[in-house]
Design a protein around this ligand. Structure first.
Ligand code: FAD
Length: 388
């Protein structure tokens, strides 16, 4: 079980202060923002004051099956977290199994290791605190108030720092995902499109070295996936142990709102249909970090940075919309017809074309070498910088 480092009662130290940038959330999106801010300076050349907060230790709480195009691990110099690589996707329907020869490889990685490596590419201060809300430029945490003109919400699907009544399942455009992590080995990156497993969605098995990540995702948030996740795992001869699940946003949301930058799941940057949200959280996090870096240096106004980042995110809207259409369509296709489509994808030309376009939504070439991190300035007030 993950443990919150923020202690209760007297053990809870106070955390207050003013920063140039406050990054809320230290998973994929938040860490990518922090990476781009390494070595950032203010207009007078002094080091930018950047703080990242999360309610858990960095890397402590795995949030996914941790599958990503291998080229993204390479581009970000994160191969040290790599577990297994696949050059085929094995797709099973009730009528048979097809092996799609992928034009690029997909890999699984270790979450804690990847977070540690990404954190090492940044130099911001890090604190453990639960974010409760915001008033203007002030973020309220369970340890005190933090103020910054540039605030990033990388807190995941809840989009905690937005205004309004919130985004609650099952009414919100969220998919439901749950997986188990039994010990074991496998050679295939496999998915199941079968209404017996989930009426709208898919089941998966992602091997990762000595562990399997077996799960079920439902595009319909009202469909409970626990029983079928257990059935799928047991059907594959694995134990249903070490659960992890979450809501997965499947609709793009505004990337800026009331002066706050949103990146990753908080902006709905997870791709519909495939529920691939790590690559896109990193991609949009990098884009956000680049704008913030220029704003901190005084080379852009805050308003310009907000506008430019919003325009960047919006320019992807039609791609997300088309994939969402596919997400709505696939469950309605008669299973035998769907099996025919799945079988056709074995053709190299078709799979090259579709997976080529798919990767181009957030291509690895977007990543540039990390700016050199400064020697750490040490911790801000309170518990200090740490990684699990
Ligand atoms: C079962 C499952 C399997 C998945 N598998 C894959 C996969 O294999 N590949 C893939 O690409 N995508 C996968 N996804 C989707 C992927 O996990 C998300 O899209 C991705 O994690 C989004 O990253 P993020 O940084 O935006 O948010 P998150 O990873 O959700 O991180 C949010 C961070 O904010 C912190 N936080 C939240 N609330 C607070 C608060 N109030 N105060 C302080 N901190 C807070 C959390 O502790 C966390 O560190 C999967 C999702 C699920 C549910």
């Amino acid at each position: 079980m993950p443990t919150r480092r923020t202690k209760r009662g007297e053990l809870r130290t106070e955390l207050t202060g003013d920063y140039d940038v406050l990054i809320c959330g230290a998973s994929f999106a938040g860490l990518a923002v922090a990476r781009e801010l390494a070595g950032a300076t203010r207009p007078d050349g002094s080091p930018a004051r950047v703080l990242m907060v999360d309610r858990y230790e960095v890397g402590e709480r795995q949030t996914s099956a941790c599958g990503i195009p291998t080229s993204w691990l390479e581009a970000l110099d994160l191969m040290g977290s790599h577990r297994q690589t696949f050059s085929e996707l094995v797709v099973t329907t009730p009528y048979g199994t097809s092996r799609w020869p992928l034009p690029w490889t997909f890999s699984t990685f270790d979450y804690a290791e990847l977070c540690r490596m990404l954190l090492a590419q940044s130099d911001c201060d890090l604190e453990t605190a639960k974010v409760n809300g915001r008033s203007g430029d002030t973020v309220h945490t369970d340890r005190g108030d933090l103020t910054a003109p540039l605030i990033v919400d990388a807190l995941g699907w809840r989009r905690k720092l937005a205004r309004g009544a919130g985004f609650q399942p099952p009414a919100a455009p969220l998919s439901r995902g749950l997986e188990v992590h039994p010990h074991g080995q496998g050679g295939d990156l496999a998915i199941w499109i079968d209404r017996e497993i989930v009426p709208a969605g898919y089941g998966w098995s992602f091997p990762a070295g000595e562990e399997l990540r077996i799960g079920v995702g439902s595009f319909d948030p009202r469909f409970h996936v626990k029983d079928n996740t257990v059935k799928l795992a047991e059907g594959l001869g694995s134990e249903a142990v070490r659960y992890q699940g979450n809501w997965i946003p499947h609709k793009l949301r505004p990337a800026v709102e009331n002066g706050v930058f949103f990146a990753g799941d908080s902006a709905g940057h997870c791709l519909p249909l495939t529920a691939e949200g790590i690559r896109t959280a990193l991609y949009f996090g990098i884009a956000c970090g680049r704008e913030l870096r220029l704003a901190v240096a005084g080379e852009r106004t805050r308003g310009d940075a907000l506008r430019r980042y919003a325009a960047f995110s919006d320019s992807h809207e039609w791609k997300f919309r088309w994939i969402l259409r596919a997400q709505h369509t696939v469950p309605k296709v008669w299973p035998r017809v769907l099996h025919g489509v799945v079988g056709a994808m074995r053709q190299r030309r078709l799979v090259d074309w579709s997976f080529g376009h798919y990767l181009a939504i957030a291509p690895p070439e977007f990543v540039k070498p990390a700016p050199a991190p400064r020697v750490r300035r040490g911790a801000a007030a309170g518990s200090g910088r740490s990684a699990a």
